[in-house]
Design a protein around this ligand. Structure first.
Ligand code: A2P
Length: 303
């Protein structure tokens, strides 16, 4: 049997290998992002997922630098994802503003660039710009986030380069079956944001029972469930001991019945809700602490 670890990858539809479990940093400010990312790299994490919207690319960049220094790893050992901010969408502005992300991250390429949300009327132009960045070698893979089936089909109808990923809010209570099935039919990998349900799924009694049976935490059971379902996942924690715990999922496995019991928890909630979000604000206005204020002010954002 091939040993599973944080370095285990999935091959994306363009041939690039992506680690299957990584660290998410939404709602993390720059100071904490630096610490979380550096600690995660030192603990063996290879996949780090950020976004301009999170207001913490600067901290993530510092964390990457420190993590590489402390481990002696090379940049190419890591897989770094960032996302096109809604206010930057459109062809030229995507190209121009991407440079700011690279600068803040202290990188000369990212491994994966996603459209953060499907801004209607703009996302096809944004995609064209991302295809150019891909052809120019500034990104190794391009994909989307928060695309429902209709928008993903529209993108596929116009795209020259097929998206490799659709990153969705996905957790035991919100399984996005229709989107997952469509992505799988198209050879597009599903990636879960907020895999722990922003915390809510962590207290579910069914998951707690399974966790007790394995002497694991509910977070570990959920992450293991993602793993066995073939979903790339990026749990967020600002605490090194939880970052460690969330990667300690390779010494047990869920039975088919246990996977099914978690599958049955789906509440069929939809998650395309971006019109309600404070998209001009770093972190959607959630975190007013140490965040990037962006030297490039956001372009007008069409609600
Ligand atoms: P914290 O950052 O304080 O550790 P999601 O990735 O689904 O959005 O969930 C993130 C939330 O779950 C955060 O509030 C995070 O808090 C918390 N969290 C992350 N890992 C664990 C864990 N192993 N046990 C309990 N809570 C966790």
């Amino acid at each position: 049997m091939v040993e599973e670890s944080l370095e285990t990858t999935v091959r994306l539809n363009n041939g690039v290998e992506m680690p299957r479990l990584g660290l998410g940093v939404w709602k993390t400010n720059n100071t904490n992002a630096k610490e979380s990312v550096s600690s995660a790299i030192q603990q063996g994490y290879r996949l780090i997922d950020t976004a301009k919207q999170y207001g913490n690319e600067t901290g993530v960049g510092e964390g990457i630098r420190e993590g590489l220094e402390k481990t002696g790893l090379d940049r190419k050992d890591l897989f770094i994802t960032t996302k096109v901010f809604n206010g930057d969408q459109g062809y030229q502005s995507t190209l121009d503003k991407f440079e700011g992300s690279l600068k803040r991250l202290q990188l000369d390429y990212v491994d994966l660039l996603l459209i953060h949300w499907p801004v209607d009327g703009k996302y096809l132009d944004t995609w064209k710009a991302m295809e150019k960045l891909y052809h120019d070698g500034k990104v190794r893979a391009i994909g989307v986030s928060n695309f429902d089936v209709e928008r993903l089909q529209n993108l596929l109808d116009h795209a020259e380069v097929k998206p490799v990923i659709n990153q969705m809010e996905f957790n035991p209570l919100q399984q996005e079956k229709e989107i997952l099935n469509f992505a799988q039919e198209q050879g597009i990998q599903l990636e879960a944001w907020s895999p722990l349900g922003g915390g809510a799924a962590l207290n579910n009694p069914t998951i707690q029972k399974i966790a007790d049976a394995h002497n694991k935490s509910t977070a570990q059971v959920i992450i293991r469930w993602d793993w066995q379902r073939g979903i790339v996942t990026i749990p967020k924690s600002a605490h090194p001991e939880r970052i460690a715990q969330n990667s300690d999922i390779f010494d047990f496995s869920l039975s088919d019945d246990e996977v099914q019991a978690i599958n049955d928890l789906d509440e069929n909630k939809a998650s395309i809700w971006y019109q309600d979000f404070g998209w001009y604000e770093p972190n959607g206005g959630v975190d007013t602490g140490s965040v990037d204020k962006w030297d490039d002010s956001p372009a007008d954002y069409d609600k």
